[in-house]
Design a protein around this ligand. Structure first.
Ligand SMILES: Cc1ncc(COP(=O)(O)O)c(C=O)c1O
Ligand SMILES: Nc1c(O)cccc1C(=O)C[C@H](N)C(=O)O
Length: 387
């Protein structure tokens, strides 16, 4: 029956791993568009629409409620394991569901539960939702929140947990996961990594680096689709003590026993909350097919090459300042007066990036569908519109 619940994977191989080559034809990108916003919303792999259609017509339409026991119920763990491969997590430690914001909440609450320490340290340049959620956790628990730059966290024995972005959403800067995790552990603090801008960009070694918790979204470089479910990593050795602050029935050890009292599942399932959004989840599942044979180290080299190429061209332009450091994800950010108007003109000319206030142009380079020619042409168009 599982075969019926998971339609055949008829996806062409995404890349030749000997030498990672762009396989733009696997993606639905309109003719004439240079798409440099995969760091906000990844492009759809072309086969996803048909797979979602099958899910609707066959699984939902024909199998009806039987589909819950034909693959739907376990999908969050099964797809979590697929993401686990991309972030260095062995099976049984990642579950997919809810939004990134909700997973930040679960991870932080889990990390501070029972602590006698007094502060949560939050990456000062974080994407705002992480900071907002950390504020909620602080006000619910009575801990204080302290914003700090990853380069000077100043952790002490008061620090319960540090929340850091692996790649900064605004500048594209890559933070050193190994060094910062060790720094937290040296003072007995835990660390929660936000992988939104690094999953699907570079090799990540959560297990090997002894990371405490990680969360991330799937709609950027993983191309899961708008609002596709996020993920949370809770390593095996933390699962027995991890207390999900949102004790929904999906995390119960016997959800269909319909017991009145909550008893969490012993494993990663306890990080689930309520009924998963199956359509979105299975769209993500389909999108992940293009990752099955990707060598992430090779992918990272491609990303670095693309961003270096774009940077080299942009640095020749006057009035613009590339603010992305050498250690980076797949993003180049450029300080530019009137960034919004400039981005509007770029988009009119078919170069789609985005801007972040007050004056940052952002360009994301997803190596699976962005070519060297795209990078050079985008820089040329940027030169035209800022001339
Ligand atoms: C670093 C980071 N964290 C979290 C989010 C978003 O969270 P959510 O998926 O809950 O909207 C984003 C982008 O939207 C992000 O860039
Ligand atoms: N999640 C988004 C959304 O629902 C609408 C528009 C943009 C987003 C984003 O992902 C923004 C993104 N995290 C950023 O880096 O700015």
């Amino acid at each position: 029956m599982a075969g019926e619940a998971h339609p055949t994977r008829g996806v062409p191989r995404a890349v030749d791993c000997q030498e990672l080559r762009v396989k733009r034809e696997l993606f639905d990108i309109p003719e004439g568009v240079i798409y440099l916003d995969g760091n906000s919303l990844g492009a759809p792999p072309a086969h996803v629409a048909e797979r979602v259609h099958q899910v609707i017509t066959h699984q939902w339409g024909t199998r009806l409620i039987r589909s819950w026991s034909e693959g739907w119920w376990e999908a969050p763990q099964r797809i979590g394991d697929r993401i686990g491969r991309l972030i260095g997590a062995a099976a049984g430690q990642v579950v997919v569901g809810d939004s990134t914001s909700v997973n930040v909440f679960k991870a932080l609450m889990g990390a501070v539960k029972g602590t006698d320490r007094t502060e949560i340290v939050c990456d000062e340049s974080t994407f705002p939702t992480d900071g907002y959620i950390a504020q909620s956790v602080a006000s619910l628990t009575g801990l204080k929140i302290r914003a700090a730059h990853p380069s000077s966290l100043d952790l002490t024995s008061d620090t319960a947990v540090v929340l850091i972005n692996h790649v900064d959403y605004r500048t594209g800067a890559l933070n050193d996961m190994k060094a910062l995790t060790e720094q937290a552990h040296d003072v007995g603090a835990q660390v929660v990594w936000d992988l939104c801008h690094s999953a699907g960009v570079l090799p990540i070694e959560l297990d090997a680096l002894n990371v405490d918790f990680a969360i991330g979204c799937t709609y950027k470089f993983l191309n899961g689709g708008p609002g596709s479910p996020a993920f949370i990593y809770v390593p095996k050795h933390r699962q027995a003590t991890f207390e999900n602050p949102l004790s929904g029935w999906n995390g119960h050890r016997e959800p269909f026993a319909m017991e009145q009292s909550y008893e969490p599942d012993p494993g990663i399932v306890r990080a689930r909350v309520g009924t998963p959004d199956i359509l979105s989840m299975l769209a993500l599942d389909a999108a992940l097919d293009v990752w099955d044979d990707i060598d992430l180290a090779e992918l990272q080299r491609r990303g670095l090459k693309l961003t270096a190429l774009f940077r080299e061209h942009v640095e020749k332009l006057t009035g613009l300042e590339v603010i992305t450091p050498e250690a980076r994800g797949n993003q180049i950010s450029v300080r530019c007066p009137d960034a919004k108007a400039v981005m509007d003109r770029l988009i009119e000319k078919g170069v789609i990036g985005d801007h972040r206030p007050p004056d940052i142009l952002r360009f994301g380079f997803a190596p699976l569908y962005v070519t060297d020619e795209d990078a050079i042409r985008a820089a040329e168009v940027l030169a035209e519109v800022t001339r």
